[in-house]
Design a protein around this ligand. Structure first.
Ligand SMILES: [Zn+2]
Length: 318
């Protein structure tokens, strides 16, 4: 039965499936960041990237499309803009400590999660052997940009299948071995389960974003800064980035996974489910009342954060 709004079976299943999602960032040594366009990683996860490279983590960028449609200026051709955006991306990545960039060269606005795109990403996973793959959340509600949806889907499939030798077997004939990264982490997500304190890295992040001169104005940069401030408020930091971390078990036939609605640690990672009978006379069956107190505390945090969450969404989704 439901215990103070927390379903014990859900908590237990989530914990079994995913464990501590924070471990994805604490333990990684190599990260493959696959983005739809130049600038997506800086915007969604630039603070995390700076934090990781500062401790020696190898981060490799893969950019799926050329970004040639990212302008309202009729005097700039597709090809000209693609060249400009590649240079901007190289500078932005350099600011964050990233020097390895792979360009897949798909036309902006035309990405499709074909087997070809998936297999290209599988090959890159087998080449670089990341422990963590970073990309956009393809299940973001109301995401209208095809490149984001399709890139996220192709990367998710590649993450799930790259350890299977018979998938894209041509890789093995080229000397590559199957490789399964431990985690995939989505940014631009509505159901984060990890908030990263990026306060010390915000100026570097925004310096990198500003390197995409063809894309942003002072006004848009100010809006993005406010966005990460609001995320920080949820988690008790000045600024935060939000991620949905999953592993391969959680990414297939998983009916228990839910987003963590609070900035507090995922309750599934810390709390054991407490079940009580419907009859008040049986309340004494609860052996450990500290669990009850903890659950109440979690419910309180969740409720407060739900209110903040709704207020936050109301501001952003007018
Ligand atoms: Zn994009």
């Amino acid at each position: 039965m439901l215990m103070f709004g927390v379903d014990g079976e859900v908590l237990e299943a989530r914990s079994l499936v995913l464990g501590r999602p924070e471990a994805a960032f604490e333990e990684c040594r190599t990260v493959l960041s696959v983005q739809p366009h130049p600038d997506d990683t800086e915007l969604g996860a630039g603070g995390l990237v700076a934090k990781l490279t500062s401790r020696g983590v190898r981060v490799v960028y893969v950019t799926v499309t050329d970004g040639g449609c990212g302008t309202t200026d009729k005097s700039v051709s597709w090809e000209e803009l693609a060249v400009i955006r590649r240079k901007e991306q190289e500078e932005a990545a350099s600011i964050l400590g990233v020097s390895e960039l792979v360009w897949l060269g798909y036309r902006d606005t035309e990405a499709v999660a074909t087997t070809r795109l998936r297999d290209q990403i599988i090959s890159l996973i087998r080449i670089y052997k990341p422990d963590l793959v970073l990309t956009v959340d393809p299940w973001l509600t109301y995401e209208a940009h095809r490149d984001h949806r399709e890139t996220g889907l192709a990367v998710s499939e590649a993450f799930l299948l790259s350890g299977l030798p018979n998938v894209n077997r041509a890789d093995l004939e080229c000397g590559l071995e199957p490789h399964s990264p431990d985690y995939i982490s989505y940014y631009w997500t509505r159901k984060p389960n990890v908030y990263i304190d990026v306060s010390p890295w915000m100026e570097l992040k925004f310096k990198a974003i500003a390197a995409h001169k063809s894309q942003f104005t002072e006004e848009s940069l100010a809006l993005f800064r406010k966005y990460f401030e609001l995320l920080g408020r949820r988690a008790g930091h000045s600024y935060a980035e939000a991620f949905k971390v999953m592993n391969s078990t959680a990414l297939h036939c998983n009916v228990f996974q839910h987003g963590c609605t609070s900035g507090a640690p995922d309750p599934a990672a810390t709390l054991k489910p407490v079940l009580i009978d419907k009859k008040p006379a049986h309340l004494q069956l609860v052996e450990n009342y500290s669990h009850v107190t903890q659950n109440l505390h979690t419910l309180f945090l969740d409720t407060v954060c739900q209110v903040l969450h709704l207020a936050h969404e109301a501001q952003l989704e007018v």
